[in-house]
Write a protein that binds this ligand. Structure first.
Ligand SMILES: [Cu+2]
Length: 314
């Protein structure tokens, strides 16, 4: 029965696969049986063998059989589906909680101690609850190996939970078409033994340490990589969704502010405003409404680092 579930990556694999395989088996059975009967009838009742059509009267027995059997089959499908789905709707109280922030076009995972990553790190054999937040449009978080998937809807508090049962790295992606770079919303879940996970989690010095070793510009670049700025902005002069960052700092830019065109020089303040309030100045030749505000996601320090990085892009 469990061909697909040979590796039970999460606690939901067995139940979901049972429902899936049952439906698949029933579908195959009827596909083959009906095709066989159809072919048989083509031979048996063709014009040569059976020149005169016969009139068939109703049969109560047949009516009963083809009502009762499908009803039972459908009820079994419903039961398996329900039994697999119901437990997904209540996360255990001792779940480890992580906030997922989805935006065009990346996922960010935020831990209670402030760690923020683009790969989802989770401990093995511990229920994990993901609180799903969207900053813009509807996304959907899907981890196929865990058999979990849930829409991420702006303004709505959805969640998903699972217990990862095997160490390893699994795919994770957005499965609700959410715009041009939808396919960029692709990343990994890393399942670690509890001890390794605790070490990783407790190691908040890692960020601080690397930030101290790294130059501010390198930190800025890493932040922008993690949070997905480069999905829309290139550094080589090519135009993607937004303007390229090449040579941006200190150069003149023409923007529309409240509908009025004006020219200004790109400085710290302009960059900060572009990140916190992208609608304030719309760069000439680009559309508004694509870049969302990073207010609350990027601190002033983060932005200072980003500015240092942008300065290096001559
Ligand atoms: Cu998406």
């Amino acid at each position: 029965m469990y061909i697909l579930a040979s590796t039970q990556a999460s606690n939901f694999v067995a139940d979901v696969d049972r429902a899936f395989l049952f439906i698949l088996a029933v579908s195959f059975f009827f596909l083959i049986a009906l095709t066989a009967v159809m072919i048989y009838f083509i031979f048996k009742y063709n014009k040569k063998r059976h020149p005169k059509a016969t009139q068939i009267k109703g049969s109560n027995l047949l009516e009963l059989i083809w009502t009762i059997i499908p009803t039972i089959l459908v009820l079994i499908m419903f039961y398996y589906g329900w039994a697999g789905w119901k437990p997904m709707k209540t996360a255990p109280d001792d779940s480890f909680e992580i906030t997922v922030i989805a935006r065009m076009w990346n996922f960010t995972f935020e831990y209670e101690n402030g760690r923020r990553t683009d790969t989802l790190f989770v401990p093995k054999n511990q229920p994990v609850k993901l609180n799903l937040r969207s900053m813009d449009v509807i996304h959907s978080l899907y981890i196929p190996s865990f058999r979990v998937k849930e829409d991420v809807v702006p303004g709505s508090d959805k969640f998903m939970w699972f217990t990862a049962q095997n160490e390893g790295i699994y795919e994770l992606f957005c499965t609700e078409y959410c715009g041009l770079q939808h396919s960029y919303m692709y990343n990994w879940v890393k399942v670690m033994p509890q001890d390794d996970f605790n070490n990783w989690y407790a190691d908040t010095t890692q960020q601080v340490a690397s930030a101290a070793i790294e130059s501010p510009a390198a930190t800025g670049k890493r932040i922008m990589n993690n949070i997905g700025c480069f999905a829309c902005h290139s550094v080589d002069g090519s135009k993607i969704i937004g303007p390229s960052f090449k040579g941006i700092y200190g150069h003149e830019v023409t923007v529309k502010t409240k509908g009025e065109e004006r020219t200004l020089v790109v400085d710290d303040e302009y960059i900060k405003r572009s990140i916190y309030d992208p609608e304030a100045d719309i760069v000439d030749g680009f559309n508004k409404g694509l870049m969302q505000s990073y207010q609350g996601q990027l601190s002033d320090d983060d932005i200072a680092n980003i500015i240092e990085y942008l300065k290096t892009l001559k």
